[in-house]
Design a protein around this ligand. Structure first.
Ligand SMILES: Nc1nc2c(c(=O)[nH]1)N[C@H]1C(S)=C(S)[C@@H](COP(=O)(O)O)O[C@H]1N2
Ligand SMILES: [Mo]
Length: 315
């Protein structure tokens, strides 16, 4: 029997590793008891029959009542239209998606354009585990423990020239592997974009993993963006190109429905989607709705980038 890639493991086959993250204080028990307790705490939850890997990472912008969304939900409730428009489609159909070898092209208005094999693309950076809030434009949310490298590292290494003002991201175009790309639901390949300062913000992460594991295909393997202060569709999956430009890049969702999906798409409870309110959200796994927070709870960190902008116009 061929060895399945890690991304193909079922959650029931994955043993908890590392640190248990409790409801109130992240790593509080481990911190109080010392490093030796970490394994013991993880081990205990495994004996207790936990079916999911443990959330690891430094919390960013989490509210006191935020706790990681279970692995099962993070990996089976997905938006990845290349693999279908249903939430369950990506996890059911992306299993055979080939993510090795994977080339990332960095080009455009930079002094050092290059094609990288994924391993080389990642290597110079320190991989980090970070727990972020996630807010989909469809008014549901999660808390997700990502693993990745700062996007700013990659931008810096490329040496943007003085004309570079924006960054465009492109998903793999491969209709044979990605059946959604044979449909007209979006203009393919999926593209996204950021202003250069947004792309250099320390919260912008290029993720290669989730829950301390290699990214499952349905979550955007082998490389996807994570922008926790923006609606989820900005966090483009399965990236093959990062291009620096002097004009605002076209983006897939904006081209599909410009009046509904703007270039900025910062989470904003005061500006509704034309077809629904953005004031509240449903946290996956919870019954009662939550209030949506400005910039998804990251206003302190990102607010200054949008000072003086009319966020109703620049939605
Ligand atoms: N290439 C591509 N990237 C994508 C999407 C997509 O359909 N195609 N969906 C976006 C949307 S709407 C959301 S909410 C997030 C979902 O990420 P997750 O499934 O890992 O939670 O991915 C975003 N990135
Ligand atoms: Mo989304």
């Amino acid at each position: 029997m061929p060895v399945r890639p890690k991304s193909d493991l079922r959650s029931s086959e994955i043993t908890p590793e590392s640190v248990y993250l409790d409801r109130r204080g992240f790593l509080s028990a481990a911190g109080a008891l010392g490093a030796g307790a970490i394994a013991a705490v993880g081990g205990f939850s495994s004996i207790a029959g936990a079916q999911q890997p443990q959330a690891i990472g430094k919390p960013f912008g989490l509210q006191p009542d935020d706790k990681p969304t279970p692995w099962e939900d993070v990996t089976t409730y997905n938006n990845f239209y290349e693999f279908g428009t249903g939430k369950g489609d990506p996890s059911e159909t992306a299993g055979k998606f080939k993510t090795k070898p994977w080339t990332v092209r960095v080009n455009g208005l930079v002094n050092k354009p290059a094609d990288y094999q994924l391993e080389d693309f990642l290597k110079p950076s320190v991989v980090e585990d970070r727990i972020y809030r996630h807010r989909c434009v469809e008014a549901w949310s999660m808390v997700i423990p990502w693993r990745g490298i700062p996007l700013a590292d990659v931008i810096k290494r490329a040496e943007p020239n003085s004309k570079a003002k924006f960054v465009e991201f492109t998903t793999l175009m491969d209709p044979k592997q990605m059946p959604g790309e044979r449909s007209g639901v979006l203009p393919w390949p999926y593209t996204e974009g950021l202003r250069l300062d947004e792309a250099q913000h320390p919260l912008a992460l290029l993720a290669t993993g989730v829950y301390g594991r290699v990214l499952p295909n349905q979550n955007g393997a082998p490389l996807r963006l994570v922008l926790p202060w923006k609606y989820g569709f900005k966090s483009i999956k399965s990236i093959v190109r990062i291009r620096l430009t002097d004009s605002q890049p076209k983006t897939a969702w904006n081209q599909a429905a410009a009046q509904e999906y703007g270039f900025y798409s910062n989470v904003n409870p005061a500006v509704d989607h034309p077809r629904w309110s953005q004031a509240t959200e449903r946290r996956i796994g919870e019954f009662l709705k939550r209030k949506t927070l400005m910039f998804n709870g990251y206003a302190e960190q990102v607010g200054s980038m949008y000072a003086g902008m009319d966020l109703r116009v620049n939605y």
